[in-house]
Each structure stands twice: as C-alpha cells, then as structure tokens.
Design a protein around this ligand. Structure first.
Ligand SMILES: [Ca+2]
Length: 278
C-alpha cells in the first residue's frame, strides 16, 4: 500500500462504499488516482531520513500510533532536540519518490500530525504551538530544492490542537511557483522544521525536545477534468467604414468588410465599423 497508487479494483462496491464512508469520516478520503506517499503500515519508516539541520533527532517507525487508513497500524515517530541556546534550531527530513511524480496533476498534500503532550511549546506569539512544518520538493538528482506551496508563508502551522490528538492537514500545492520543472518531476520531498525565533535569554522557538507522529501522507489528484477553453479566434482587424447604411440595405453584404451590414457595429466614437477578415 505504500509507495504506489492505491489500487481499489478488488473492492466490491458495498465494501468500497463502507471504506470510503469511514475514510470520509476520518477526513482522509482517498481515491484510486490519489498518490499515497506513506501510511506506515509495513513496519518501516518508509524511506524517511534526516538530511540537513543541526538539531539532533531520531526518526523511527512506531506501531503504537496510527491515523489510518492502512493495512496495519503504524506512524512515523519524529523526535527533535531543539535548543535555541545551543543554536540547534533546525531539522529537515526527506525521502525519495521513485519514479518521479508529476505534481502538476495534484492539488493538495495531505498529512496528519499528533504531538506528544510532553513536548516543548513555542513561547510568546508562538502561542504554545509546535510551529511550522515546511513541505519542500526536489528533482530526483536532489537539485531544485523549493517550496511545495505558498500558504502560511510556505509552511503548515501545527497548533496547540495537535498536542495529544491527531490533526489532519490539507496543504495546497502552488502551481504558480517558479519551480515548474521540479513540480513536473518531483523525485525527493521532505519536511523542514525551523524554530530559531527569539534568543537564549528570551526564547520564542523551542528550547527542549519535541516528539510527534506523522501519518497518512498523500497527494490529492486534480479531479477538475474540464478541458481548457477553446482559443479565441481573431475575426480580423477592425475597419472603420464610412457611413454606407444610408445608401445600402441592411441585408446587403459589404464587399470590403465581407460581412452583412447588419453585423456592423459602432466604434467608440460612434462611427460605423465592422470586423474585416484577414
Ligand atoms: Ca498509519
């Protein structure tokens, strides 16, 4: 179930209906065209590993936490030892996606987070939250590192509501960012967590360990299959016509404009005009 598009072909309709009803209640409805990144249902971390950042960390599979669906329970457990006094303020973790995924066909990233209540909280304006998780993407050769979206300044804010319970997030993929080649062939993606606000004497960022679980990471397929609007055909150049209507019946064809006179219109200055085909 992990790493590949979900296959529902074996579902009998009644079973599928029940499954989708349950999934919808969980806020995690998925269709056959959605791309499941990780449900952590196979006893592994699903390829996630730390990359850059100086905050010490552990990343492990945890069978005791789960935000389904999935074949069996499990979630990714992330523990980060932040210390703004030691300048350990950043941690990134990433994984490869193979074959590369064309994210222009998808609209949102979905994932769920649950924070261990014993974790550090942001202070001051941070309001006790966990803070930002910034989704970012790369090509398969790890080039082109760039944001996945623009909402929240490029990151998903994880608030106090996630301490002690699962919260489902839907983060918009920004198809207007100047990273089209990366979006068309995303081969690596990850989460970056930065928590360096304030300073040692007056910290706002985390000053201690945070532990949280991530589960059910998937990309929502773009179901808007409406064809693009047809191109607007140029009718030619607008031609200003001398007042001919006094001399010709409206049913006649203006040989210069090549259109019936009744199709003539007035220009901004009230002069008789028509579209003259090229
Ligand atoms: Ca799971």
């Amino acid at each position: 179930m992990t790493l590949n598009k979900k296959q529902f072909a074996w579902f009998r309709p009644a079973v599928a209906a029940l499954a989708f009803t349950w999934a919808a209640c969980q806020g995690q409805a998925q269709t056959a065209n959605d791309y499941i990144v990780n449900q952590f249902d196979n006893g592994t971390t699903g390829g996630w590993a730390g990359n850059y950042g100086n905050a010490p960390y552990t990343i492990e599979f945890d069978p005791n936490e789960d935000r389904g669906p999935g074949l069996s329970p499990g979630a990714l457990k992330v523990t980060i030892n932040f210390s703004i006094c030691s300048n350990n303020i950043q941690r990134d973790w990433e994984r490869s996606i193979s074959p590369a995924l064309d994210l222009t066909k998808y609209t949102k990233l979905h994932f769920s987070v649950k924070v261990d209540p014993s974790s550090s909280h942001l202070s001051d304006w941070g309001g006790g939250a966990l803070g930002n998780l910034r989704p970012h993407i790369r090509k398969s050769d790890w080039s082109g590192d760039s944001n996945l979206g623009s909402d929240g300044g490029g990151a998903q804010w994880v608030g106090t509501d996630a301490y002690g319970q699962w919260v489902d997030y839907a983060y918009n993929i920004d198809q207007t960012l100047a990273n089209l080649p990366v979006r068309q062939a995303m081969g690596v993606w990850g989460f970056d967590m930065w928590s360096g606000w304030g300073n040692c004497a007056a910290p706002i960022g985390h000053t201690n360990t945070v532990t949280f679980w991530i589960d059910n990471i998937w990309f929502e397929f773009n179901t808007n299959t409406a064809p693009p609007p047809p191109p607007v055909l140029s009718r030619g150049i607008r031609r200003i016509i001398p007042r001919l209507r006094d001399d010709r019946s409206l049913g006649a064809v203006d040989s210069l404009c090549r259109v019936p006179l009744h199709e003539h219109s007035s220009d901004d200055e009230g002069r008789d005009s028509c579209w003259w085909p090229r």
